[in-house]
Design a protein around this ligand. Structure first.
Ligand code: FAD
Length: 605
């Protein structure tokens, strides 16, 4: 397996030409970003290739070990984490007052991509620090901010998100962990499962953010509160006190991301884990939902990143592997598989979808900056609506597509793709978690249909569809024939999106079950159309550069890639539209008994 090379050119192109880096630099507090963007990208690329990548495959093989409540991470993880923290990468988006670099969210797009492509097992650690920092910054008390955030930023401590319990997975209304008031703190008892980096040896302390119920809390989602439960209690001066009663009872044996431990955490086996309420009682789930935007965005990027890594490996293999003569030639000389049309198809399918995902991810990240920092309130509100709509799409579509892309990468490798040495099997195993955690694709689709589409009666969706139509019009008017040809497939996909949005909105008012029955195909339709929109924008920029005399092969390749996307990916919109409009009602037709009637013999004894 070759070492990871970050796709710097495409990252720079998307940042500048599609995501509006120059406009971001005009936002308050973002003035320096133009000067630092390229050096950050270069440094991150070097760190990813030289520090994280070398421990990716070894970390997967070695995995984590658990003994008597302690967890040892794979060789090299502890040292890499220390280097990562020292280089200041954890604090990239964190305000300077807490020791961070205060950079715009947009810069998280490429940096997150690099960490996750180089080593997703490792990258999950710092990702959780950022989640914990955001939660405490958002709703923590001044004392909590002072005590915990700087240590999470400088990396001496790490963070976790403790939501899941055996009976409470997608449905957090079922959370049962209890928190009983005890003077200035609470005592927590219960069990959390699947906690990423719940225990490890990379930092001196772990700050767990735990969802639990107060004794008098109402049932369901309205009775859940958020608590800080540190592994070691923290004295008022910031020094560490005694070990808290929250212990790792074991780690999972997983399909992938073996470099990070997934822990069962028992709280209160010896009297109660000391916890501190964050924000108001019973508001925990609301706080979690605010933070989930960032976490779901990050997992969408994670999927795209692993897909890009898999593509890179497949491309290199296709350039080296020799097999079969050219189908159209009489020469018996065998060719490299990259010369065979079907392998080309697979590579272009991967490349085009990755570029579409990257563009949509970075554009969403930039929108987060405009939504938070634009001086114009109307702009802030409109763009926030766009971000809210796109988050389930970025999470759901990018991760589902990433699984397909990684599967195609295994296919390019043929038989050796199915054995572990090449490393491509690891990408396929690693990426499989991304459509599951931080809310499964089914849950993202419910969020899209039930909340994001419904919250303003489809007004934001209509506005976004209108912007897409403007891009399609620009394509029609483009003098570059290849770029002009993108207009048809994009317009058809936009039409399908408009029609199905209306269908889902109308159906939801009468028969909600039928409306949600095809919510996942609907989410995918949003993804491929929004991705096509970004590819169209990219192609228009490239056409302009070429018309101005540029001979840069990058621009020509981008247009060819956008064309492939239009004919091979955007065209799927017709099939998705039929599935939604004509197939929604069919989802619920079988009775439960009919599902397995075929297993009962028809022969009567
Ligand atoms: C490796 C790993 C790391 C994790 N890390 C963390 C962590 O750090 N912290 C944490 O708190 N949790 C973590 N999780 C838990 C993860 O977030 C959950 O597994 C996930 O949210 C799904 O919950 P579940 O496994 O209980 O599945 P279930 O909720 O049982 O879902 C099973 C299936 O039913 C579907 N489904 C359920 N309800 C509905 C519905 N209403 N409509 C449509 N479909 C539905 C789902 O989409 C899914 O396909 C992790 C899990 C894993 C495997």
């Amino acid at each position: 397996m070759s070492s990871y090379q970050a796709p710097l050119r495409d990252m720079q192109f998307v940042l500048r030409e599609l995501a509006g880096l120059e406009e971001i630099a005009k936002l308050p507090g973002c003035e320096d970003v133009l000067d630092v963007a390229d050096p950050i990208l270069e440094e991150a690329a070097t760190f990813a290739s030289e520090v994280l990548d070398p421990i990716n495959q070894t970390g997967d093989k070695e995995g984590c070990t658990w003994k008597d409540g302690n967890v040892t991470t794979p060789k090299g993880y502890k040292e890499a984490y220390a280097q990562f923290a020292k280089a200041g990468w954890i604090g990239l988006p964190v305000p300077a007052e807490y020791g961070g670099q205060g950079l715009p969210s947009l810069m998280l797009g490429p940096t997150l991509e690099m960490w996750n492509a180089a080593n997703v097992g490792f990258a999950n650690g710092p990702l959780l620090n950022q989640g914990a920092i955001e939660a405490i910054e958002l709703v923590g008390s001044e004392e909590q901010k002072k005590l915990y955030i700087p240590k999470l930023v400088d990396g001496s401590w790490t963070g976790t998100m403790c939501l899941t319990e055996p009976q409470a997975g997608s449905d957090l209304a079922q959370v049962r962990t209890k928190a009983v008031p005890q003077g200035d703190h609470y005592l927590l008892t219960g069990q959390k499962i699947f906690i990423t980096f719940g225990e490890h040896d990379m930092a001196e302390n772990i700050v767990h953010l735990v969802l639990a119920r107060l004794p008098d809390a109402p049932e369901g989602t309205k009775g859940i509160s958020l608590f800080i439960v540190p592994k070691f209690l923290v004295n008022a001066d910031g020094t560490l006190g005694k070990r808290n009663d929250m212990i790792c009872a074991g780690i999972e044996h997983k399909m992938g991301i073996n470099g990070n431990p997934t822990c069962t955490m028992n709280l209160g086996e010896n009297g109660g884990a000391v916890g501190y309420l964050v924000g108001q009682p019973n508001e925990g789930l609301k706080y979690m939902f605010i933070m989930m935007n960032a976490a779901r965005f990050s997992v969408g990027v994670q999927g795209m990143a692993i897909a890009d890594r898999a593509y890179q490996s497949a491309l290199q293999y296709a350039k080296e592997r020799v097999q079969f003569r050219d189908v159209a030639s009489r020469s018996p000389e065998p060719k490299r598989i990259i010369e065979h049309p079907d392998v080309r198809r697979m590579l272009m399918s991967m490349k085009s979808q990755i570029e579409a995902m990257r563009a949509l991810c970075y554009v969403t990240a930039a929108s987060l900056d405009f939504a938070n920092k634009s001086p114009d309130e109307k702009v802030r509100k409109n763009i926030k609506g766009f971000v809210d709509l796109m988050i389930p799409v970025v999470k759901g579509w990018c991760t589902e597509t990433a699984v397909d892309v990684c599967s195609t990468a295994v296919q390019v490798f043929g038989g050796v793709g199915y054995v572990e040495e090449t490393g491509i099997a690891q990408q396929y195993r690693d990426v499989r978690i991304t459509p599951i955690y931080e809310g499964t694709t089914g849950i993202q689709a419910l969020d899209l249909v039930g909340r994001k589409l419904a919250q303003d009666m489809g007004a934001t969706a209509t506005r976004v569809i209108g912007n897409m139509q403007k891009a399609a019009k620009e394509l029609e008017e483009c003098e570059n024939e290849d770029v002009k040809s993108l207009a048809g497939p994009l317009s058809k996909a936009i039409g399908a999106l408009a029609e199905t949005s209306q269908f889902i909105g109308m159906t939801a008012m009468g028969d909600l079950r039928k409306a949600v029955a095809c919510s996942v195909p609907y989410l995918k339709l949003w993804g491929i159309t929004a991705g096509g929109w970004q590819m169209a924008r990219a192609a228009l920029v490239c056409a302009e550069k070429i018309a101005a005399g540029s001979q840069d092969e990058f621009y020509k390749a981008k247009i060819a890639t956008a064309k492939f996307y239009a004919t091979h990916v955007l065209t799927q919109s017709a099939y998705l539209k039929r599935q939604i409009l004509e197939g929604s009602g069919d989802v619920m037709t079988l009775t439960e008994a009919q599902f397995d009637l075929d297993r009962k013999s028809a022969v009567v004894a």
